[in-house]
Design a protein around this ligand. Structure first.
Ligand code: ADP
Length: 267
């Protein structure tokens, strides 16, 4: 058994109390990899039926500090899923057109249609994270956003979307190692931006902003999952498990065939 860490709505999260290297159950790197493979097969089949049924949508939201492994988790858990039935959206610094709209405009546009699995690599939560840490809008504005996010997510849930919101929790020391590895490996250097060092200096402010986002937007309808992510294999295991369990719970069904097709022979 492996589990993400969840907490009751209304409860204040303290990230310092959660071990980013924690592992639940007696998993090893090898047994976890086997399970992830099995999850992938199950997920692929269920995603095909979700698509055929065209009733529900799933939205996997991935947030985390730089190097927390959003890209790696996506590569692992989405591998093998029919590309027609899923979309990954990576949210970058908003364009001037996006900034000329409300903060949820670009997000709403990217939400998955029925039958599909959407993945957000960063999301609307950036609007209460980086935006808050760098004072990109007045405090009054970002403070109003938690409530707006909850209402927006409720709207989507009412429209048939099931959320899987994951915070990939890494330690500051693990980030140091991963940033260093990016500098040292010529094939990974493209991932490193000098600005990453400045962001790292803001670690405590980001942790505080994350604690607020996780606590204020942890609703019954769209709960947060904290994923201990210092071990990449455990992170992948937990996220793949969440996707599998979500699809199993939705239990999509192949649409009933037209009875007129019974015994029909094509000549
Ligand atoms: P990533 O780090 O996700 O692999 P990038 O290096 O292109 O990709 O970083 C994307 C950047 O866009 C991040 O620094 C992130 O904070 C920023 N960003 C995303 N959404 C917003 C937003 N709403 N406002 C300001 N910056 C944002």
């Amino acid at each position: 058994m492996c589990r993400s860490i969840t907490f009751a709505p209304g409860k204040k999260v303290k990230l310092a109390d959660i071990d980013p290297a924690g592992v639940q159950g007696d998993w090893t790197k090898e047994t976890a990899a086997e399970r992830v493979k099995e999850n992938s097969l199950v997920t692929q089949g269920l995603a095909d039926i979700l698509y055929a049924e065209n009733r529900h949508a799933v939205l996997l939201v991935l947030q985390g500090m730089d190097t927390s492994g959003k890209d790696g988790a996506i590569r692992t858990v989405m591998s093998g899923i029919n590309p027609q039935s899923c979309q990954v959206t990576s949210f970058k610094v908003p364009s001037s057109e996006e900034l000329d709209h409300d903060f949820l405009w670009r997000i709403h546009h990217a939400t998955p249609r029925r039958g599909n699995i959407g993945v957000f690599n960063r999301s609307h939560y950036e609007d209460v994270l980086v935006v808050r840490v760098h004072n990109l809008v007045p405090e009054k504005e970002w403070k109003s956003r938690y409530q707006r996010i909850n209402e927006f997510e409720e709207l989507l849930v009412d429209g048939g979307v099931t959320f899987i919101k994951c915070f990939l929790h890494i330690s500051k020391d693990e980030q140091r190692k991963r940033l260093q590895a990016r500098i040292d490996d010529p094939l990974k250097r493209w991932k490193f931006a000098v600005g990453d060092i400045d962001e790292r200096k803001l670690w405590p402010k980001y942790q505080q902003a994350y604690e607020d986002a996780l606590s204020k937007c942890n609703t019954e309808l769209a709960p947060w999952h904290i994923v201990p992510s210092d071990r990449k294999w455990y992170r992948n295991l937990v996220v793949s498990e969440l996707l599998r369990k979500t699809l199993e719970k939705l239990n999509p069904k192949v649409p009933a065939a037209d009875p007129k097709l019974d015994g029909l022979v094509i000549e």
